[in-house]
Design a protein around this ligand. Structure first.
Ligand code: ADP
Ligand code: ZN
Ligand code: ZN
Length: 818
């Protein structure tokens, strides 16, 4: 069983693992998936064991592992397999892949406990000889553990004479479990109430209680939803605390203390999830999900539901069924705000019953994240809600992975490892033989293409819940508006009138603009120069309140110039309104209105974000202006107007996905209007009203857009008809970047034309970024395997030519070609 060497993935940007010797003392705690501390060059690094081996390579000097961090391996075998797939497919350094999969290493102390399992208890109850307990000493230990209440500190086992090897054996036999938990703040608890099963209740009590309306309401609530936190029960059943106490005394109810999630948010208290009867469309979608579960095998389902069609409700029930089958589920959402919202729903749906919803996203502190991560690894949480990296949640027995708003670009990690969360979700589902449920109102072209072709199963929710109308979408032609008004305000006359009407009717408006800052660029009227970032080939954005220029790519700052840096002319002017400017305009045009702005500048923390959204949802604001953040998922009931300042800036991006992005953005944002009982209206301002992305968005006709866009993609040989890889060669030294590009080109050119198109090298659209000069190759092939082969050949070639691995960046299935 225990092998003398192991291969360790280390967090360094190299494509290999490293072999270390396992000292005898650690033989029992080092297994595939364990985190270990090892000497590397002249440092100590935390890495993860990916396999144990009999032999070490002979050429190098083999060093020893200095410490084992885990007793229970952090990564499961399935996750190790997934990590290798990611490293191979995305050509990413294996150590960086595994680093992305592991919990943060915190300075905080952890507590390791031994927990007796049911079969361990059985073994302890029987005579030693009659069980699979390996020897009398271990049997004695199990009995001791049972007498201690089934839990003890890990360290106490050693005092009883059990070494790590013996404990590992008991763990593998299934007699004990090892739990890691983070020490820190004491966990808060809350009181949970449940309806007692009738068997335990005396006959007369039931009869007496049956005449009591309060009891009926409590019973109905608890039977429909399962155990509920006290505060929530009081609200749902509309009874007093005294009434509950009485029912507890009468033996109708039972109660216990339950831990409150650390990642819970303050809006949780008293949140009551809407428990709707599913409508016919939702019901038939769920039926298909259920059918997939019955088959018990891997499959991808696309839930294509228009905005406001009640997809969340379908997700919740699908998760519910997964849990009922004894399996676990992951729900991926595209952004942090939605983890809070979906997390809250999940806790309300499943929290009390299964005591296990974990939330994972980047706005948690390292300690919180590590704590949630270990709860999942210990099996204490069976539902995980999170952003992109939550796809690596160490759940076992996975039955379902949901990817909400699967088309969102935030699922793509734009740094190494450059994986796509949705695609990894599908691969993981396949490895674990689970179902993947992708949801969207505007699926990515790739996904819908697979659904049309029968590779994925298509579930459609064609109408909004309760026959609510879709919002009416109108175009404001900015050319006409200007001809009439001769005003250069970003707010057209029609939008102004619309907002005015909203304010008069006391409903709410959302105004979307896709740039943050005050002005996008600073131009000189004399020589035409714009103020560029010194590190990047991009113009700097003016931020008025902070009184400076900022580069949105590298974060560098400059004072606002009083004269042109090039020709010293005094005629510098600011061009192109951003969100900060728009907010100022709105305040001027609507002096009495309560206005707030939501973008990366105003919502720097999770708290600020929640406060603004919370205030808007609660009706404390009339107008919310902001960037794309506003477009996603939120369910505001009193929004009757959505204004889009300019649909054109995203259309004119030099990118083959520009039309798709514009269509998605406009449809999503239109989906924010008219979600309650009030009808919604959307005004889209544009200079190109004829463009099909805008026309189809106005009609909110996804299939029409899909048909037109696929024609273009087919002719131009772009995804989904071709696989694409973007290869960037970069260095701060221009000459090196050119030389390496030329060398790489020598490798690539013989492959060109043989089932593969290779474009470049050319200057990348972002020719300079963070001081690095960038050159680009674009590889296209209808055969993905061919693409992969040529690229992995390129990696070997780099090594041969001694081109540093870090100088060449490979982006497989790129979302952006910048
Ligand atoms: P989507 O994600 O598809 O845009 P949501 O899941 O946010 O839509 O649902 C929109 C609204 O409809 C929510 O307020 C939800 O509570 C409500 N809803 C969902 N299902 C039903 C139903 N069957 N009957 C009535 N209302 C529903
Ligand atoms: Zn000038
Ligand atoms: Zn910059």
């Amino acid at each position: 069983m225990s092998l003398p060497f192991c291969n360790v993935a280390l967090p360094v940007p190299l494509r290999t693992t490293y072999t270390y010797a396992i000292p005898d003392a650690l033989r029992d705690s080092v297994q595939p998936g364990s985190r270990v501390l090892v000497p590397f060059r002249n440092k100590s690094l935390v890495g993860v064991v990916v396999e144990c081996v009999q032999q070490a390579p002979e050429s190098t000097k083999i060093r020893e592992i200095s410490k084992a961090l885990d007793f229970l391996p952090a990564l499961t075998p399935k996750l190790i397999e997934l990590g290798h797939w990611i490293a191979g497919y995305y050509l990413a350094p294996v150590g960086e892949v595994f680093r992305a999969m592991l919990p943060p290493v915190t300075e905080l102390r952890t507590e390791r406990k031994i927990v007796l399992t049911n079969s361990g208890r059985d073994a302890a109850d029987k005579e030693a000889a009659a069980t699979r307990a390996p020897n009398p000493q271990q049997h004695a230990f199990l009995s001791h553990l049972r007498d201690k209440g089934g839990v003890m500190l890990f360290a106490s086992a050693a005092k009883l004479g059990l070494n790590d090897a013996a404990l590992q054996r008991l763990r593998r036999t299934g007699f004990i479990e090892i739990r890691e938990s983070m020490l820190g703040r004491k966990a808060r608890t809350q009181r949970v109430i449940a309806w007692k099963s009738v068997a335990g209740v005396a006959e007369e009590t039931t009869q007496r209680a049956a005449f009591d309306a309060k009891t009926d309401r409590v019973k109905a609530a608890l039977e429909a939803r399962g155990p509920l936190p006290l505060a929530q029960l009081l609200r749902v059943a509309q009874v007093s605390r005294n009434a509950i106490e009485r029912m507890l005394r009468d033996g109708l109810l039972e109660s216990w203390e339950e831990r409150v999630d650390p990642a819970e948010d303050p809006f949780d208290a008293g949140y009551v999830p809407p428990a709707h009867e599913l409508n016919a469309e939702q019901e038939s979608a769920l039926k298909l999900v259920r059918a997939r579960f019955e088959l018990g095998e891997f499959g991808v389902l696309l839930l294509h539901g228009v905005t406001g069609s009640g997809k969340t409700e379908v997700y919740m029930r699908a998760v519910q069924e997964t849990l009922a089958r004894g399996k676990t589920a992951i729900i991926l959402v595209p952004e942090i705000a939605l983890t809070l919202w979906i997390g809250r729903q999940c806790r309300a749906w499943f929290g009390a019953r299964f005591e296990g919803v974990a939330v994972l996203h980047s706005a948690l502190s390292d300690v919180e994240r590590a704590r949630e991560w270990w709860r999942v690894r210990n099996g204490e949480a069976r539902v995980v809600v999170g952003t992109r990296s939550a796809i690596f949640a160490p759940l076992e027995n996975l039955g379902l992975i949901i990817v909400d708003e699967e088309q969102e670009s935030s699922y793509k990690q734009e740094e190494t490892p450059r994986y796509h969360g949705r695609d990894v979700a599908i691969v993981r589902a396949k490895m674990e033989n689970a179902a993947a449920l992708l949801g969207s109102a505007t699926p990515s072209l790739e996904t819908y293409h697979h659904a049309r072709g029968g590779k994925y199963e298509l579930l459609t929710l064609a109408s909004r819940v309760e026959q609510r109308a879709m919002a009416s979408v109108e175009i404001v032609d900015l050319r006409e508006d200007f001809a009439k008004t001769h005003q250069a305000s970003p707010i057209s006359a029609a939008l102004h009138a619309g907002i005015h009407e909203c304010l008069a009717q006391k409903t709410q408006a959302l105004v979307l603009i896709n740039r943050r800052g005050y002005s996008w660029s600073v131009l000189c009227r004399s020589c035409g120069a714009s103020v560029q970032c010194e590190n990047c080939s991009i113009s700097m954005t003016h931020h008025k309140q902070r009184n400076r220029l900022e580069c949105h790519y590298c974060g560098s700052l400059k004072p606002i110039p009083k004269q042109c840096p090039k020709c010293q002319s005094k005629y510098v002017y600011f061009f192109g309104e951003g969100s900060e400017h728009l907010e100022e305009r709105l305040r001027k045009e609507f002096p009495g209105a309560r206005i707030a702005r939501l973008d990366r500048d105003t919502a720097r923390t999770k708290r600020q974000y929640q406060e603004t959204l919370g205030a808007f949802a609660a009706g404390a604001l009339d107008i919310l202006v902001g960037t794309q953040m506003l477009a996603k998922g939120h369910d505001f009931q009193r929004v009757t107007l959505v204004g889009v300042i300019s649909a054109d800036s995203s259309l004119s991006m030099p990118d083959f996905r520009a039309a798709e992005r514009t269509f998605q953005l406009l449809t999503q944002v239109a989906g924010r209007a008219g979600r309650g009982d009030l009808p919604g209206r959307v005004l889209i301002q544009t200079f190109y009203p004829e463009h099909y992305a805008i026309q189809d968005a106005v009609k909110q006709d996804y299939p029409a857009f899909y048909d037109r866009e696929t024609q273009f993609r087919r002719v131009m040989a772009y995804p989904p008809f071709t696989s694409l890889a973007n290869v960037i060669v970069r260095d701060t030294d221009l000459e090196k970047a050119i030389r390496w590009s030329r060398q790489l080109s020598e490798y690539f050119s013989p492959h060109d034309g043989k089932g593969l198109r290779i474009l470049g090298p050319a200057a990348a659209p972002l020719a300079k970024l963070k001081k690095e000069h960038r050159f680009q190759f674009l590889l296209k092939s209808p055969k993905r395997s061919l693409l992969a082969k040529v690229l992995s050949g390129a990696m070997t070639y780099l090594e041969l030519k001694e081109i540093p691995e870090t100088a060449v960046l490979v982006d497989m299935d790129p979302l952006s070609l910048m």
